[in-house]
Write a protein that binds this ligand. Structure first.
Ligand code: APR
Length: 241
């Protein structure tokens, strides 16, 4: 499978990565679904909603605060780094559902954050929006305008930033290979991106230790973790050049 994937990559001019929580799992950041998706016995899926935030902003903020601390201590892993290094061989665009900023820290130059960023904080009312690693101690923290601050992430019940989404569709529409790494592909609209790529006859490659709902739609499925498979792909590409 790896060999077939590297053959496709060798011919590619533009490669789009669609990434999810699984790619950061080997950096010590828990995924959302399955056994990892619990925090103090709360289901992460139920906390990451606009309704949960307005019902209990303190609780949701405490969760985000812990995640911020964990993410700020985490380092990009070999999977993130391999994606960044692949820019040497073809155009690479990363469309990520992750909010952790690890692709950028690994050196990827073109990253579109579909679900926002945990590093950014914005006001629920005024237009305050800032990238900060500040350690908040009172939850929910308040803006200078007196209203509640929130992480600049996309919650269930909210739409994706439209400019980012439109640009993501364009990249998906004109890539030669799409590599889908570390995502269960159950969350819409990110899980429609492979179909845009397919319209351009792109080769779809999945990297995931488990099957996903969209495995039958893939051209190739590599059953390995991303920090194992991506460096191997990178070295095959290097050897072929
Ligand atoms: N390498 C590659 N894949 C992995 C690894 C790993 N080391 N570990 C786990 N995985 C896979 C799992 O098999 C699973 O398919 O990563 C996937 C993680 O799936 P989810 O937890 O559902 O994460 P994701 O797909 O990113 O979720 C999408 O849902 O809650 C929302 O907004 C949140 O962005 C998130 C979105």
């Amino acid at each position: 499978m790896l060999n077939q994937a590297s053959e496709s990559l060798k011919k590619a001019k533009k490669v789009v990565f669609v990434t999810g929580a699984g790619i950061s799992q080997e950096s010590g950041i828990p995924t959302f679904r399955g056994k990892d998706g619990l925090w103090r016995n709360y289901d992460a899926m139920k906390l990451a909603t606009i309704d949960a935030f307005y019902e209990n902003p303190k609780l949701v903020w405490e969760w985000y605060n812990e995640r911020r601390e964990n993410i700020f201590q985490a380092e990009p892993n070999l999977g993130h780094k391999a994606i960044a290094e692949l820019e040497e061989f073809f155009e690479v665009v990363v469309l990520t559902q992750n909010i952790d900023g690890l692709h950028q820290r690994a050196g990827s130059s073109k990253v579109l954050e579909l679900h926002g960023s945990i590093v950014k904080i914005k006001c629920t009312v005024c237009d305050f929006n800032e990238e900060t690693e500040y350690k908040f101690s009172q939850f929910p923290p308040l803006c200078n305008c007196g209203n509640i601050l929130r992480p600049d992430v996309v919650w269930f019940g909210e739409g994706l930033p439209q400019n980012v989404w439109q640009e993501a569709i364009e990249h998906a529409n004109n890539c030669d290979v799409m590599i889908i790494a570390g995502t269960s592909l159950v969350v819409s609209p990110a899980n429609t991106l492979p179909f845009y790529a397919k319209q351009n006859n792109a080769t779809l490659v999945e990297i995931n230790p488990s099957e996903t709902a969209m495995t039958p739609d893939m051209d190739l499925s590599i059953r390995a973790t991303s920090a194992t498979a991506l460096p191997k792909l990178l070295s095959e590409i290097k050897n072929k050049n």
